[in-house]
Design a protein around this ligand. Structure first.
Ligand code: SF4
Length: 241
């Protein structure tokens, strides 16, 4: 698929390119998304998993993982998360190394609850390129409201320790970033979120859009989304951040 014309509204690219898509993909895939587990230790209000059991809890086994990866040996980029916490998977370091040995850029999102110091060295040694930590709040009370469990202090402490460890051993990867889902409930915390990130030593912050379906669930609802309804005070918070 080639997108040659300019888009009328880049925010709605997904609607505009619909007619350009053929039934059969013409090029080779460049990016692989693998949901290596659907298990999780949080109960986020923004997650479908919290409200509905879609499939029995399971991790992707090594045989299935390699069978998929071996079909695309030249894949450029691999993302090892779906709906579930990748750091719960025992084979995660081996999976990252398997992809890195093929020259693939590897990243995953984590909820940051399992960043114990005993895992720091291994995490770096895998060659992982990017580690995205979904924190979603700048304080403990908001975190609890959005993420469903009281893990804020632990994550801030352990991710901060990981950054310090990385600096101590002179490691430049994985590149660590903090993520906040944009919602009316929390967007005003964005400037404080940036300050928290700096205090933890994390040099990169992302504001991520809230994903929800038509019916909505928990806090994943159109009424809490910023998309196409951002108010002046919310824009001000984003600009201040
Ligand atoms: S950490 Fe991720 S997978 Fe787990 S409940 Fe939250 S959004 Fe869902």
């Amino acid at each position: 698929m080639v997108i040659s014309r300019s888009l009328r509204d880049p925010r709605r690219y997904f609607e505009e390119i619909a007619s350009d898509r053929s039934a059969e993909a013409e090029g080779s895939p460049v990016c692989l998304y693998l949901e290596i587990t659907n298990r999780c230790n949080l109960l986020c209000e923004t997650c479908p998993r919290t409200f509905e059991t879609l499939e029995p809890p399971a991790d992707m086994d090594w045989e299935l993982f390699t069978r998929i990866v071996d079909q695309v040996p030249n894949i450029s980029r691999a993302v090892l998360h779906g709906v579930g916490e990748p750091m719960l998977v025992e084979a995660l370091p081996r999976m990252v190394r398997y992809l890195k040995d093929r020259g693939t850029y590897v990243l995953f999102n984590t909820n940051g609850t399992l960043m114990q110091p005993k895992r720091f060295k291994e995490l770096i040694d895998t060659g992982l390129d990017e580690l995205r930590v979904s924190l979603d709040a700048a304080d403990r009370a908001s975190y609890l409201k959005v993420r469903g469990k009281d893990f804020f202090d632990r994550i801030v402490r352990d991710v901060g320790k990981f950054i310090a460890y990385q600096k101590g051993v002179g490691a430049t990867s994985p590149r660590v970033s903090l993520w906040l889902t944009g919602m009316k409930e929390t967007v005003e915390q964005l400037p404080a979120f940036v300050q928290l990130s700096a205090a933890m030593g994390v040099g990169e912050v992302h504001l991520q859009r809230l994903v929800f379906d038509e019916g909505g669930y928990g806090m994943a609802r159109a009424g809490l989304s910023l998309f196409e309804s951002t108010q002046a005070d919310e824009v001000a918070a984003i600009e201040a951040a």
